[in-house]
Design a protein around this ligand. Structure first.
Ligand code: NAD
Length: 357
């Protein structure tokens, strides 16, 4: 089992080091190789995703990714900015399924901006299609309008489109994930207005017929945005397109309180995956040793479960994280009165200790 370790920029290096440390005590035959990505790769090789890094990623079973980006690169031309590395990896590896669990750990119930009773026990999984939709649809651009409300005016346009195979494969990911959980899929669309999403709804319904053991319902995206803060525990697996998923997954992330707690996985058709925390490189706290490594550690657990077929080891890591939280250990982002504040390294050490003990 080969893992490409791509720490990236900012806190990426600090948090990935803790996840690698945790993987190291598991007694699994894991081969890891580290490479530069993002701003760090731009500094060394003049490109955020050098060919050597891409080849390593392609040759690995999974990628453990930290985060990329720093404000200092904002003036670079778009193709050389650190964030292009992640888009390049998604494209080159065909990572079409983005899985983002939003789990409320009992000891952190007070960290959410929602009332505790709404989120205690929350465990939902958002599955976002990652390579299609209006973000990638062609044609797109700027031109002079020849029709519409203002013919002759400058205008910009994008194209929303989904093909049947694109919808089918993400729907299968959702139904199969639901089978291992609460056996319920909510497909989020805007079928009342958009042709693309009427088609989405039709195809998801067809795929759903192959999974009679999984309940399927459909919800318009505006209602889904509302229900996620009104009654989030009603959801099990939510599947949706790229743009709606982008927005809803961040909304779901905040249900749990801190972005420092949220892992994610991006998978391709052969279950090769890129695993990363949902947050960015946090340049404001980089180098201070205070970043929360738990999202990255739990991303490593997802990697064991989805790409490396080591569900038991994944369970062990997640249980160890739960134990550390129960012990009252907290990094600054989740710290509250009566708990013990620790740094990045101490948090990683505590997870290792919980795993060993
Ligand atoms: P961010 O997620 O990096 O930070 C937002 C806030 O959350 C900051 O206050 C930060 O200190 C805090 N935070 C984030 N992760 C934390 C952790 N593990 N522990 C404690 N606190 C944490 O988002 P941003 O500030 O908007 O972006 C910073 C850089 O990251 C930008 O260059 C952006 O483009 C990049 N970015 C990268 C990714 C990625 O690599 N996939 C994703 C999002 C943003």
């Amino acid at each position: 089992m080969k893992i490409a370790v791509l720490p990236g920029d900012g806190i990426g290096k600090e948090i990935v080091a803790e996840a690698v440390k945790v993987l190291g005590v598991l007694d699994l035959k894991l081969e890891t190789e580290t490479a530069l990505v993002g701003g760090a790769a731009y500094e060394a090789h003049g490109h955020p995703l050098p060919d050597s890094t891409l080849q390593l990623a392609k040759a690995s079973d999974a990628i453990l990714f930290g985060a990329v980006g720093d404000w200092k690169y904002d003036k670079l031309e778009r193709a050389l900015r650190p964030e292009q590395a992640i888009l390049g990896l998604r494209r080159e590896l065909g990572l079409f399924a983005n899985l983002r669990p939003a789990i409320c750990h009992a000891p952190l119930v007070g960290a959410s901006s929602l009332k505790p009773e709404l989120i205690a026990g929350l465990d939902l999984l958002i599955i976002r299609e990652l390579t299609g939709d209006i973000y990638f649809g062609q044609p797109r651009g700027r031109r002079t309008a020849t029709d519409g409300h203002f013919p002759g005016a400058d205008e910009a346009f994008d194209t929303m489109r989904y093909s049947r195979p694109e919808i089918e494969r993400i729907a299968h990911v959702a139904f199969q994930a639901a089978r291992k959980r609460g056996k319920k899929v909510t497909s989020v669309d805007k079928a009342n207005v958009l042709e693309t999403f009427q088609f989405w709804k039709d195809v998801v319904t067809e795929v759903g017929a192959q999974y009679p053991d999984v309940a399927l319902d459909h919800m318009y995206v505006d209602n889904a945005a509302m229900q996620l803060v009104r009654a989030p525990k009603k959801f099990d697996v939510v599947v949706t397109g790229n743009m709606f998923g982008d927005i809803l997954s961040d909304e779901a992330a905040m249900l749990t309180g801190s972005i420092g707690m949220l892992p994610s996985a991006s998978l391709n058709a052969s279950n090769q995956g890129l695993y990363e925390p949902s947050h960015g490189s946090a340049p404001d706290i980089a180098g201070q040793g205070i970043a929360n490594p738990l999202a990255t550690i739990m991303s490593a657990a997802m990697m064991l479960r989805f790409s490396l077929n080591q569900a038991e080891a994944a369970d062990r890591i997640e249980a160890a994280v739960g134990k550390v939280l129960e012990q009252g250990l907290r990094t600054a982002d989740i710290h509250s009165e009566g708990t013990t504040r620790v740094g990045t390294r101490e948090m990683g050490d505590a997870v290792v200790k919980a795993l060993r003990g």
